[in-house]
Design a protein around this ligand. Sequence first.
Ligand code: SAM
Ligand code: SF4
Length: 473
Amino acid sequence: MTKRLYIETVGCQMNVLDSEMVVADLRKRGYELARDLAAADVILFNTCSVREQAENKTYSALGRLRSFKKQHPDKVIGVIGCMAQKDQQLVFSRAPYVDLVVGPGQLARIPELLDDIAGGKGPQIAVSLGRKDGPTADIKRSHETFDPLRDPTMRPTPFQAYLRIQIGCDKFCTYCIVPTTRGPEQGRPPEQIIAEARVLADQGCKEITLIGQTVNSYKYSSGGTTTRLSDLLVSLSQIDGIQRLKFVTNYPKDMTDDLLTAVRDLPKCSPYLHVPVQSGSNEILARMKRGYTVEDYREMLDRIRATIPDPAVTSDFIVGFCGETEDDFQKTYDLVAECRFKNSFIFKYSERPGTKDAELYADDVPFEVKNRRNNELLELQNRISEQDSQRFLGERVEVLVEGPSDRARHRGEDAGDIVQLTGRTPCDRIVVFDGNPRLIGEIISVAIYEVSPHTLFGAVVTQEAGQTLLSVG
Ligand code: SAM
Ligand code: SF4
């Protein structure tokens, strides 16, 4: 009998991709997707541990299922992903009605574990080895994932896909739980990556975003040859059908010239670089153990801007890190004003048990101060983003059309002749315009007539007569 699966995903691109894999794997074994919890036989939460708030949300969602599980004891509830790896048995202690706990490195075992639960073996757990739990090779193997299963129907759009090139992280920034939950850094073999990109191209995928925690540190050595990210980009550029290549997230210290030149010279490579700086204070960067100074970051940014014409550079920041003074924060504020990022993701520091920070420093910046710094930095970044967007007024941009905009979806207007559509430029700017849904999946030209900090508004360029743009949806 067909079983129904409901899956909820929070967190980063890695989790989005992991969910795609899990669904593809279970579909192969006869599962179908359910639209909601009530219709599902198996309910999975793919979780994030990077900030406490993400975990609290998952535990609240589990709490709401307590009585539901009493009424439906046959439904299987599973917690998978980073919080499963970090909390392990604690998940069962906090929510004793959970049946399944699976870390991100063990997702391939889900079908077998579901069979065990159905066979009456009780709650099941599969997690990877801890960073000190044995020989490195064993630890690495226990964190490996199963990427080749691709399911276009599980992606937000079938013509865009994430492709993991690197697992884990070895940087050990003192605030970060990722090296614990995702294990040691390992580059995937280039042959596997290229084969997977071909599968994606055959499925109609036009844009691939390569993902890794420090994607530009990617290296794979075999038979005396080392493949770097720049080499991979050259190989992937040769695949017919793939029209855009992006990669996230970059680590400032590993932004080498060969990579910047590849981005400049390969027409399929988007000039979009997400390179988080995290703080503008050298004291804070040292305590974060980021491995660079503000001066190093500035030098890197200068090289990016000297090599790539009109690059879109974005960053992450943590405000209210342990011991962050007003002076430290001012330095961060000044750096944002100076660097003029396309946009920045700003996070309030969240202490994570198991990290060096939690061991070494006190989480001593009051919540209200974190909040104020967060708002001030966000306000500055929004102003910069809006000013930056102005230069697109009257310009044409190339857009990969993703689908109906949020507004069109909410209004249920995604089936008519002309609807509000959304897509992205090669530099990752969001563009909204009216057009026929048959444009979805196409790369088209859009003339921009209005901008906001994070969105460009325009009209489809359908015909050109001399200097005049005729734009009809
Ligand atoms: N690997 C990427 C890098 O090195 O930038 C990002 C990984 S992390 C999942 C994404 C962002 O979350 C980080 O860049 C950082 O700004 C933020 N982050 C990580 N740990 C955090 C913590 N304990 N509290 C607040 N923000 C955190
Ligand atoms: Fe976390 Fe630092 Fe690794 Fe990024 S580089 S995943 S912030 S430890």
